[in-house]
Design a protein around this ligand. Structure first.
Ligand code: THU
Length: 136
């Protein structure tokens, strides 16, 4: 279970939006909640598409909500999904998170019937490429 009050708030936000996920093809509903640098929580769910590659992951939706809402940096991110295995961000989403997070940011991956897995972004995406390579 979430260990701190902020993790509990992120877990609850991820679970609330996970219930709204549109996942008729995989049946695998995912929620993501970001604590941003403005102190707010932004959340998103996966949105699938009949043309499969056009689907969005929950993390991508949460990042879009953060940017639209005025947040600029991810200070913590919590991902929830079904089952007891931690639902870790896919490779593409690790890179998406990398755009807006420092490597020491905690990523909490949680299959809601099991225990959360805590990793840093640097652990999930070692030797990564990021904005600073392009001078940003
Ligand atoms: N999915 C996410 O939204 N985030 C992840 O971290 C893993 C996978 C979604 C994509 C797809 O809609 C479904 O889960 C099955 O892969």
């Amino acid at each position: 279970m979430p260990e701190t009050p902020i993790d509990k708030a992120l877990f609850e936000a991820a679970e609330a939006i996970r219930a709204k996920a549109y996942a008729p093809y995989s049946g695998f509903k995912v929620g993501a909640a970001i604590l941003a640098d403005d102190g707010r929580i932004y959340s998103g769910c996966n949105v699938e598409n009949a043309a499969y590659p056009q689907g969005n992951c929950a993390e991508a939706s949460a990042i879009a909500a953060m940017i639209a809402g005025g947040g600029k940096r991810i200070t913590r991110i919590y991902v929830t999904g079904p089952g007891s295995e931690p639902v870790t961000p896919c490779g593409g989403c690790r890179q998406r998170i990398r755009e807006f997070a420092d490597l020491d940011v905690e990523v909490i991956s949680h299959g809601v019937e099991g225990e959360p897995l805590r990793s840093t972004l640097g652990q999930l995406l070692p030797h990564s490429f990021g904005p600073e390579y392009l001078g940003k």
